[in-house]
Design a protein around this ligand. Structure first.
Ligand code: THU
Length: 132
């Protein structure tokens, strides 16, 4: 964890948060993650008049992950409109799990946690493999 610069990651999350499109909830979110090969990817939430179609900040982050070369995530942080650490929603924990490196660390409201701690016994790609 020592090689992860959390303040740089938080800054990227805050920069993303400033770009959020939230005319309905007014609740800005920014997320940022570090990839295994050292890139920082980020995203903001984008709401919709059809409320349920809202894209969480993590959706944009995953999209940017693929747009910039793919790979796996090793560290993640998420902030609200005041720059306070925000816990990713359940759906977004699942999104992050899919693209996580083993032992991925998340900065959470209760300290640093691994992806397995924030989504224990997660359903994932391996569950789709044929079972014997
Ligand atoms: N939101 C995110 O962007 N990510 C999360 O993990 C939690 C919720 C957004 C969706 C919506 O635009 C706003 O926060 C209020 O729910």
């Amino acid at each position: 964890m020592s090689e992860i610069n959390w303040s740089v990651l938080r800054e990227a999350a805050n920069d993303a948060m400033a770009k959020a499109y939230v005319p309905y909830s007014k609740f800005k979110v920014g997320a940022a993650a570090l990839t295994e090969d050292g890139r920082i990817v980020s995203g903001c939430n984008v709401e919709n008049a059809s409320y349920g179609l809202t894209l969480c900040a993590e959706c944009a982050l995953v999209s940017q992950l693929f747009m910039t070369g793919g790979g796996r995530l090793v560290a993640f942080t998420c902030v609200d409109g005041h720059g306070n650490i925000l816990m990713p929603c359940g759906r977004c924990r699942q999104l992050l799990f899919e693209h996580s490196a083993k032992g991925m660390i998340l900065e959470t409201v209760s300290g640093f946690k691994t992806i397995d701690e924030v989504i224990p016994d997660a359903f994932g790609p391996r569950d789709l493999e044929e079972r014997k």
